[in-house]
Structure formats: structure tokens, C-alpha cells
Design a protein around this ligand. Structure first.
Ligand code: NAD
Length: 425
């Protein structure tokens, strides 16, 4: 008699665009969306695929691949960051662009979804090479971006300097000055006060609301954070000043832990001085997986996609997962966490503070009228608290998790705009 072989474990599909489509389909089914509209909203409207030849410092020419994707612009111009990372793929950019559509709709700002990326390791480029790569990319995407078309912003490994080069290249080609073509610019070039901290600040506002819902005292809570860049390190700092204990953090090189709470301001200085959190005095080293699985109230993934999967979701001990990163949790992991009673604050809500203040920056640029930081932060708080409550109400009404609730809310708003505009021609 033949012996049955053991079941082969089903491999999770970690393609970010497939995941984004699956999230969309789950919510679209709840909305009974008509098939034509469903097809329109599930695919990106436009994908620009680029070959970017750059003269390197040693005189050789190297060709980089780049992308700009516009997913949906029914509610307003496209909006979305630009990522410089060796792991960028077209499907990742398509996923990120679609999440931008749903994010802008979740927080109800009049913008659509877009995203860009270049396959490169910016840490291995000189400043001159980085500038030439950025300007070449800006020139190539200038055919589809613009203050009323598509407005880029920073994302992983891009910053205000890169936004300034894009703004300058676009302005030079247009023969004028177009500060509203990008957001996340330095303040003296038309940036907004509070933009640098906005993603983390928005995330902390929704964590505060979620803590209230879950009866957790934020001031006595424990927090673990994966990723110590713009989103992660500023969230750590804000939560530390709220009185929470940040017990573990990691970056791409290492992780550090102290059950009694890390001294976050000192850790920020250490990271600035050494380039990593590794070796922070008064902490123990831990690996990335342990940061995700740490015993804590709040877990903040703030690095890249697919960090919480079917393989580790069961070992997550946090009561709240606040997705500062885009796409850190897979659909299979979502189900496991939901069953365990973990409240996942989805990326399209939890990190929407960044795009919300980018929207404020764009408004300020167009009006040439700049706001005080406390005005920006107060407006941001209002948007985040209202959006948290909208998503919670939708999740409760449909008896679904917070991600599906946010998707239902967002898809419905984009569907109404698309139906009303009609299909051209
Ligand atoms: P960043 O470049 O400032 O920081 C990225 C951080 O992640 C760095 O500390 C890096 O060391 C760390 N990292 C990379 N790989 C890692 C790994 N395997 N394990 C642990 N850490 C790792 O980028 P950011 O702007 O903070 O973006 C982080 C996430 O937040 C991304 O998913 C991004 O799309 C999302 N996000 C950012 C913004 C924003 O305004 N910056 C807005 C919305 C969403």
C-alpha cells in the first residue's frame, strides 16, 4: 500500500500587487460593486516604465530601472511617494499606488493614488550620482506629473533633498517655479511645517484612539517598532514623550531591546552618530523577528512589506498592530490576527498622516500662504480621529476587521466619484 506523503505547506503569495488586489476584492464583494467598475478600480490606470542611463563618477554609464504608476485619479490628482530601494519591482509600485488611492479616500482628501520607484541602493551612490539619477527620473516622469496631475513625495530612502531636485528639474523644464509639483520639500522651498513628523504623528493619533477602544492606557503601554527611519523613529520619539515604554526597535542592520524601556532621545542621537541602532548602550541585541514577536501592547511595523505573514502571525503578542509601513501584513496573517482579537490599524489609515500633511503642503503651495505648525497638527488630528471613527463604524457595521472596514469606506468613495464622472468617451 502506498504511504501518503505529508501535505505540502501552501506557499503564501507575497506579491504585493496580488495582495492589494485580494484586499480590494474582499471589500468590493461586501459592497456588491458592479463588475465593470470593479475591473476599473482594481487595475492601475497608467504605468510608466523607464530605463535611466546615468554617468557614474568613474565615467562609466549605468542604466537603472524606474517606474511611476498612477492607479486612480477620479477624486483628484495622483499622490504618492518615490522609493529608492534594490527590492523595488513594478508590482510593488502598482500595489503602493493602489494603496495610495484607498488611503486618500479613507481620510477623505481630494487626491488619487500614485507611486514611483527606482531599483537602486542609494547608499552606494555618491551625492552627484544620486542627483543625476533623480534629475533624469524627474525629467522622464515630467510627462505625467504636475501640480494638477500627479504629485510625488518621499518614501523609503528618499528625502527633502531629492524632492528639491525633482521640483527644480520640473520647474526648469516648465520655465517657471512649480513648488506644488512635489511635497515633503525643505521648509524654505515651500515645504510644510509638521510634514516630516506627520506620518508618525498621524499613526500615534490613531493608536491613541485604538487604545481607548481596547482599554489600554497609552501612558503605561509597551511598544515595539520595526524600522527606525522617518516613520519608525519619530513614532518612537512621540510615544516616548506620551509616556509609553518603547521596549524594542530595529533597523535594517540590527535590533535592540530593553524591557524597562529604551531611552529614545539618546537612541536617536546614537543612530545619527553611528548610522544604526546596533550597540546602543543599555540595550540587548535582538533580531528582527523578535522585535515583531516581542511581549508588548502595541507593535508598529515601520519598514517594508510582508513582515507579518502566516509563518509568524500566531506569535505576535501585541494587542494593537499599527501599520506605519505600507503592506506589512499579509491577508493570511490578517485572518490569524483577527481571530486572536488583535486590532490591526491598517496602513491606509495608520500611516495616512503623511499624505494628509502632504495635501496640506500642496494647498499651502497653491495658495502661497503658509500655516503655523500647531495649525497643521490640529488639522491632522481632526482628520485622523474622524477617519479612525469612520473606519471603526464601517468595520462594526459589516462585522469585518479594520482593514476591510477601511477598504469598504474608501472603495465606496472612489466608486461614487468614478460613477458620477462616467466613463470617457
Ligand atoms: P526610511 O527610509 O526613512 O526608513 C526605513 C527604515 O526601515 C530604516 O530605518 C531602515 O533601516 C529600516 N529597514 C529596512 N529594512 C528593514 C528590515 N528588514 N528590518 C528592519 N528595518 C528595516 O523610510 P520611511 O519613510 O520611514 O518608510 C518606512 C515605511 O513607512 C515604508 O513602508 C513607507 O512606505 C511607509 N510610509 C512612509 C511615509 C513617509 O511619509 N515617510 C508615509 C506613509 C508610509
Amino acid at each position: 500500500m502506498a504511504i501518503a506523503s505529508p501535505p505540502v505547506p501552501v506557499q503564501e503569495d507575497l506579491n504585493p500587487f496580488h495582495i492589494a488586489k485580494q484586499q480590494f476584492e474582499t471589500a468590493a464583494a461586501k459592497l456588491n460593486l458592479e463588475p465593470g467598475l470593479r475591473a476599473m478600480l482594481s487595475s492601475p490606470r497608467r504605468c510608466l516604465v523607464l530605463s535611466l542611463p546615468i554617468r557614474m563618477d568613474d565615467g562609466t554609464i549605468k542604466v537603472f530601472d524606474g517606474y511611476r504608476v498612477q492607479h486612480n485619479v477620479a477624486r483628484g490628482p495622483g499622490k504618492g511617494g518615490i522609493r529608492y530601494h534594490p527590492g523595488v519591482t513594478l508590482d510593488e509600485v502598482k500595489a503602493l499606488a493602489s494603496w495610495m488611492t484607498w488611503k486618500c479616500a479613507t481620510v477623505n482628501i481630494p487626491l488619487g493614488g500614485a507611486k514611483g520607484g527606482i531599483i537602486c541602493d542609494p547608499h552606494k551612490l555618491s551625492k552627484g550620482e544620486l542627483e543625476r539619477l533623480t534629475r533624469r527620473y524627474a525629467a522622464e516622469i515630467s510627462v505625467i506629473i504636475g501640480p494638477d496631475r500627479d504629485i510625488p513625495a518621499p518614501d523609503v530612502y528618499t528625502d527633502g533633498q531629492i524632492m528639491a531636485w525633482i521640483m527644480d528639474t520640473f520647474s526648469m523644464m516648465a520655465g517657471g517655479s512649480a513648488p506644488a509639483v512635489v511635497t515633503g520639500k525643505p521648509i524654505f522651498l515651500g515645504g510644510s511645517l509638521g510634514r516630516n513628523e506627520a506620518t508618525a504623528r498621524g499613526c500615534v493619533f490613531v493608536i491613541r484612539e485604538a487604545c481607548r477602544e481596547k482599554n489600554i492606557n497609552l501612558k503605561h503601554s509597551t511598544v515595539s517598532i520595526q524600522g527606525f527611519g522617518n516613520a519608525g523613529s519619530i513614532a518612537a520619539d512621540l510615544l516616548y514623550h506620551e509616556g509609553a515604554k518603547v521596549i524594542a526597535v530595529s533597523d535594517s542592520k540590527s535590533g535592540v531591546m530593553n524591557q524597562r524601556g529604551l531611552d529614545v532621545p539618546a537612541l536617536l542621537k546614537h543612530k545619527q552618530k553611528t548610522g544604526s541602532v546596533a550597540g546602543f548602550p543599555g540595550s540587548e541585541p535582538i533580531d528582527n523577528a523578535k522585535v515583531l514577536e516581542a511581549e508588548c501592547d502595541i507593535l508598529i511595523p515601520a519598514a517594508l512589506e510582508n513582515q507579518i505573514t502566516a509563518a509568524n502571525a500566531d506569535r505576535i503578542k501585541a494587542k494593537i498592530v499599527a501599520e506605519a509601513a505600507n503592506g506589512p501584513t499579509t491577508p493570511a496573517a490578517d485572518q490569524i490576527l483577527h481571530k486572536k482579537g488583535v486590532m490591526v490599524l491598517p496602513d491606509i489609515l495608520a500611516n495616512a498622516g503623511g499624505v494628509t500633511v502632504s495635501y496640506f503642503e500642496w494647498v499651502q503651495d497653491l495658495a502661497a500662504d503658509f500655516w503655523d505648525e500647531d495649525v497643521v497638527n490640529k488639522k491632522l488630528e481632526k482628520v485622523m480621529v474622524r477617519s479612525f471613527n469612520d473606519v471603526l463604524a464601517m468595520a462594526t457595521t459589516h462585522n469585518v476587521d479594520m482593514r476591510t472596514g477601511a477598504f469598504i469606506l474608501a472603495i465606496d468613495r472612489v466608486a461614487v466619484a468614478t460613477r458620477t464622472r462616467g466613463v470617457w468617451p
